[in-house]
Design a protein around this ligand. Structure first.
Ligand SMILES: Nc1ncnc2c1ncn2[C@@H]1O[C@H](COP(=O)(O)OS(=O)(=O)O)[C@@H](OP(=O)(O)O)[C@H]1O
Ligand SMILES: Nc1ncnc2c1ncn2[C@@H]1O[C@H](COP(=O)(O)OP(=O)(O)O)[C@@H](O)[C@H]1O
Length: 178
């Protein structure tokens, strides 16, 4: 069985987490790795149905995803997790769960500045917030606690999608995980 790992991509809405995860997943699958992308939106439709965006609900969401990712990773899957995870203590709890089980865990900060994210505005959330139709948007009127020492920081505004995905791939390779 190949070695699994959780690769958590944290960052603001529209930072590029999902795009990088899918680009990387394609490359890893081509090479024969077993890969799952635990997409935030999908998880919220099923595993976390009914949860909102309060601090408590976001924490619960992140712990559930961390639990599933660890199970997958422990069984040889590369679990790619493009989920905001705005709170340091939530992310730390997920890291600890992996550590306790001896499962590899990488934290990638997709550190695209909020100005760039709000211009990309893939889902129109920044526009909605600006129009007063939405409150509690991460990075605008809700907290985002940036990781202090992630395993990798990606400045997606200065790179192509392929370059960003390649930098995560390089890290996995360096750690003997790809
Ligand atoms: N208020 C608010 N704040 C932040 N994000 C919001 C909000 N409302 C809806 N969304 C959309 O929900 C998507 C999934 O969020 P996550 O599960 O990744 O968030 S969290 O970790 O539980 O905070 C998240 O997906 P991404 O854009 O892919 O990051 C958002 O598009
Ligand atoms: N280097 C890059 N990495 C990732 N996305 C990028 C990059 N450069 C531009 N983009 C664009 O930014 C947008 C990011 O959207 P998405 O991946 O849905 O963000 P998130 O999942 O963080 O909300 C996409 O339209 C993508 O094509």
């Amino acid at each position: 069985m190949t070695t699994g790992a959780t690769v958590w991509l944290t960052g603001l809405p529209s930072a590029g987490k999902t795009t990088i995860a899918h680009e990387l997943a394609g490359r890893l699958r081509t090479e024969g790795h077993r890969v799952e992308v635990l997409d935030g939106d999908e998880i919220r439709e099923f595993l976390s149905a009914g949860l909102g965006f309060t601090r408590e609900d976001r924490h619960t969401n992140v712990q559930r995803i961390g639990f599933v990712a660890e199970l997958l990773a422990r069984n040889g899957v590369l679990a790619l997790v493009p989920v905001i995870a705005p709170y340091q203590d939530s992310r730390e709890a997920v890291r600890k769960r992996h550590q306790t089980n001896g499962t590899a865990y990488l934290e990638i900060h997709v550190a695209t500045p909020v100005e760039v994210c709000s211009e990309r505005d893939v889902k129109g959330l920044y526009a909605k917030q600006a129009a007063g139709e939405l409150t509690g948007l991460t990075g605008v009127d809700d907290p985002y606690e940036a990781p202090e020492s992630p395993d990798l920081r990606i400045e997606s505004q200065n790179q192509t999608v392929q370059e960003s995905a390649a930098s995560v791939y390089a890290l996995l390779s360096e750690r003997g995980l790809a």
